[in-house]
Design a protein around this ligand. Structure first.
Ligand SMILES: [Zn+2]
Length: 292
C-alpha cells in the first residue's frame, strides 16, 4: 500500500506521498494528540456527536492549520448517507467549519477546482478521494454501506466526467474504514447490494446467516467498472474497528464516539508548504486487515 503514517508535533495522520508530490494535500486523521475527553479522546473532529464544541474546534484548528488553509476556505457537507454530490466554489468557503448549521445540506460528496479544503468525517464509513489531473480537480466522498450500496463513488465520477474529466487518467484512493474482518451485516443489508449490483463477490456468507461485507472491494469494483486503472487506486486496507489506539469506530464503540476527518485540497501558490513537512513515522503498528 502507498499510504503512509506521518507524525508532526502532536498530530499523527495518514497520507499518500504520491498525491502530495503531485500538489494534492490529502490526509486522514487519527484519534491521538487532541483535546477531547472520554469517550471522545482525544482528536475528535466531529461537531455532531455530543462532544464539547470547544474541544472539537481546538482540534479542528490544529488539523486545518496543518494544511495551511484558512478556515474561510474549508467546506463541510452535512453527510446524510445519501448520494448527492456537489461542486463547491470560493463562496462556499467556511460552511460547516465552525458550526453544524452552515454545512452544505444533504450532500455526501464534495468536488472543487479551487484552493478550498474539502473535509468530511468518518468513524467506520469509507473515505473516497478523487483527483482528476485533466481538470486539476479534487473530491472527497463519505461512503458507508448505504452510500456504497447506492454507488456514490460512481456518482462522483459521473460529475467529473460531465465536466470533461477523463476517468482513465483519474487517481482514486480508499482510506481507512471498517474492514471485512469486522463488518458483519445482516440479510437486509446484503439484499440492498444484491438488488443494485450484478455481482457481489465482496459479500462473504457466514454460518450464522450474516455476511462479512468488504466495503473496500465494493468501492474498488465500482471504480474499475467506470474505467479507473487498477494501478491508480490506492487502498489503505486499514480497519478502524481493529485499531482502537488509532481510530474511533462506531461499530466498536457505539454512538458516543468521535470522528476522524478526511481532507483533500489543491495546493495553491499561497499554500505551498501545507501538509508536506511531517516525517514518516514507521514505528506505528496497526493491523492490516484483509478477508483472505
Ligand atoms: Zn477489522
Amino acid at each position: 500500500m502507498n499510504w503512509k503514517w506521518l507524525r508532526e508535533g502532536n498530530l499523527t495522520y495518514l497520507t499518500l506521498p504520491k498525491w502530495q508530490a503531485e500538489g494534492i494535500n490529502l490526509g486522514f486523521s487519527t484519534r491521538v494528540g487532541g483535546a477531547g475527553q472520554v469517550p471522545y479522546d482525544t482528536f475528535n473532529l466531529g461537531l455532531h456527536v455530543g462532544d464539547d464544541p470547544v474541544a472539537v474546534l481546538e482540534n479542528r484548528g490544529h488539523w486545518i492549520g496543518h494544511w495551511k488553509v484558512p478556515w474561510s476556505s474549508v467546506v463541510v457537507g452535512e453527510q446524510v448517507h445519501g448520494t448527492n454530490v456537489l461542486w463547491v466554489h470560493e463562496e462556499d468557503g467556511g460552511r460547516g467549519v465552525r458550526e453544524l448549521e452552515t454545512a452544505i445540506p444533504g450532500v455526501d460528496g464534495l468536488l472543487t477546482q479551487q484552493t478550498l479544503g474539502l473535509m468530511a468525517f468518518f468513524a467506520d464509513c469509507v473515505p473516497l478521494y478523487f483527483y482528476y489531473p485533466d481538470l486539476k480537480a479534487v473530491g472527497i466522498a463519505h461512503a458507508g454501506w448505504k452510500g456504497t450500496a447506492q454507488k456514490i463513488g460512481q456518482k462522483v465520477i459521473e460529475r467529473f466526467e460531465e465536466a470533461g474529466g477523463r476517468t482513465e487518467n483519474a487517481w482514486l484512493a480508499i482510506g481507512p474504514s471498517i474492514g471485512p474482518c469486522c463488518y458483519s451485516v445482516d440479510e437486509r443489508v446484503a439484499e440492498q447490494f444484491r438488488s443494485n449490483y450484478h455481482k457481489t463477490p465482496f459479500l462473504h456468507p457466514q454460518e450464522d446467516g450474516h455476511y462479512l461485507l468488504d466495503l473496500w472491494e465494493a468501492n474498488r469494483g465500482l471504480f474499475l467498472e467506470k474505467g479507473v486503472r487498477p494501478e491508480n487506486i490506492d487502498v489503505a486496507a486499514i480497519c478502524t474497528a481493529d485499531n482502537t489506539e488509532w481510530f474511533f469506530s462506531h461499530r466498536r464503540d457505539g454512538a458516543r464516539t468521535g470522528r476522524m476527518a478526511g481532507w483533500i485540497s489543491i495546493r495553491g501558490a499561497m499554500l505551498e508548504a501545507g501538509g508536506t513537512s511531517g516525517t514518516e513515522y514507521s514505528n506505528i503498528e496497526h493491523r492490516v486487515s484483509s478477508f483472505d
